[in-house]
Design a protein around this ligand. Structure first.
Ligand code: FAD
Ligand code: SF4
Length: 403
């Protein structure tokens, strides 16, 4: 039995499909694994393709332990089924055998849609709409399409050949791609298109509101990773503030570029980190250090002041709350600080209503405050993962199909 068969055999094909409920895209996991068990890999890929356009990407980078694998009944007493690995292998078979290109260009329905932004949300919406006969044009400000899949997630975690494959798929469907096109006046597009989907992401690093964060040696992780504007890390000591994927990626990139010491400072404990435990272990393998249960209080030219926290249960809060321990302040000598505590929308020139959190306000049909302009993905404050962005792109496209 090969490794893939061993992994599929371990699945119990549960009738109530708890793993499917944990998947943001609602992939029919038990069914595709059952088909893979019988070595019907093409059929397994077809089942996956009903709900996702990028199994070869999600299988590799989704935070699986927080999504499908976190709900797997096998995980109650032992290891969960390796759902991500199985999905990824089936996705890779689809690439090798070019199953993903088995698409007919559908009959056109006469409706023209513009999509602004080509990350997972925009790409997914474009594919679902094109398959339904819409004439779709993607506008992307960067040189190539892919959003954070291409310009954010480091190459050592996601080979960019997978984004090229998505592009090949998109072109096969006849979707127009206009790159190097920064769209500011969104309503202007309605002169040419019936509807517009805004999927422009939320890629400005958030700040903490602490003294010293405006100093020149304090960087935003999004800006560093997305635009590659890295300082010289060689022999430097860096504190990265945060506990998610972005913090881990920023720390690993700094270490790989020659930093002497990189410390991730996170306010809760290791078990509560939003990042996957595997990513944490990989970062440790790269030589990254961690300081758990600490809050950064102040940044100076060559030091940061931190305070220890204890975690307390609070009514109405789903997560343990970090509370600062009095008189536990300590100081670290540093060269740079990197903020990776979340990201915000670029509001510049966006004349559209925002919600209370500062993202684009949409109703349950993904409609914004401007008629015929829809929005999806990180720019509406969706849970910031590839699968959730893709799910909202798929949902907005499906809503538009029935209007
Ligand atoms: C470093 C890093 C690592 C991550 N790792 C993971 C991970 O391992 N797993 C995971 O699930 N998620 C991960 N994420 C989160 C995930 O990448 C995002 O949630 C997802 O990409 C959001 O998709 P989106 O389509 O909404 O936006 P984006 O991917 O941000 O795409 C938005 C696109 O819109 C374009 N754009 C913006 N404004 C305009 C304009 N005015 N005109 C034209 N084009 C415009 C941008 O150039 C970009 O291409 C990571 C994020 C980062 C930053
Ligand atoms: S919950 Fe786990 S064991 Fe059950 S069907 Fe899903 S992957 Fe298989």
């Amino acid at each position: 039995m090969n490794e893939l068969q061993t992994k599929t055999e371990y699945c119990l094909n549960c009738r109530n499909k708890p793993c499917q409920q944990g998947c943001p895209l609602g992939n029919d996991i038990p069914t595709f694994i059952a088909l893979a068990k019988e070595q019907k890999y093409k059929e397994a890929y077809e089942v996956l393709s009903k709900t996702t356009v990028m199994p070869f990407i999600c299988g590799k980078i989704c935070p699986k332990s927080k999504q499908c694998q976190g709900k797997c009944v096998r995980g109650i007493k032992g290891e969960p089924v390796s759902i991500g690995d199985i999905e990824s292998e089936i996705g890779d078979m689809a690439i090798k055998n070019r199953w993903y290109l088995n698409v007919e260009k559908p009959q056109q329905n006469g409706r023209k849609i513009a999509i602004i932004g080509s990350g997972p949300a925009g790409i997914t919406a474009s594919i679902v709409l094109a398959k339904a006969g819409f004439e779709v044009t993607i506008y992307e400000k960067r040189e190539k399409i892919g959003g954070l899949l291409r310009y954010g997630i480091p190459d050592f975690r996601l080979d960019k050949k997978y984004v090229d494959i998505l592009e090949e798929y998109i072109r096969k469907l006849g979707i127009n791609i206009k790159t190097n096109q920064l769209i500011r006046n969104i309503p202007e597009l309605l002169k040419e298109y019936d509807d517009v989907i805004l999927s422009s992401g939320a890629n400005i690093s958030s700040k903490m509101g602490i003294p010293g964060e405006e100093l020149p040696h304090v960087f935003g992780a999004n800006e560093l990773l997305e635009y590659g504007k890295h300082p010289n890390y060689e022999n430097k000591t860096i504190v990265v503030i945060g506990g998610g994927n972005v913090a881990i990626d920023a720390a690993r990139v700094a270490k790989r570029r020659g930093a002497k010491k990189v410390i991730i400072a996170y306010r809760r404990a290791k078990a509560q980190m939003p990042a996957e435990q595997k990513e944490v272990e990989d970062a440790i393998g790269d030589g990254v250090d961690f300081l758990f249960q600490v809050n950064v209080k102040q940044i100076e030219k060559d030091k940061v002041h931190l305070v220890k926290t204890e975690l307390v249960k609070r009514e109405g809060e789903t997560r343990l709350v970090p509370v600062e321990i009095p008189e536990s302040i300590f100081t670290l000598d540093i060269d740079y600080v990197v903020m990776a505590i979340g990201s915000k929308l670029d509001k510049d020139g966006l004349n559209i209503e925002l919600n209370e959190k500062g993202y684009i306000k949409v109703n349950e049909g993904y409609e914004t405050s401007i008629p015929h302009i829809y929005a999806c993905g990180d720019c509406i404050g969706e849970t910031p993962t590839v699968a959730w962005a893709s799910r909202s792109g798929r949902d907005v496209a499906n809503k538009m199909k029935i209007i």
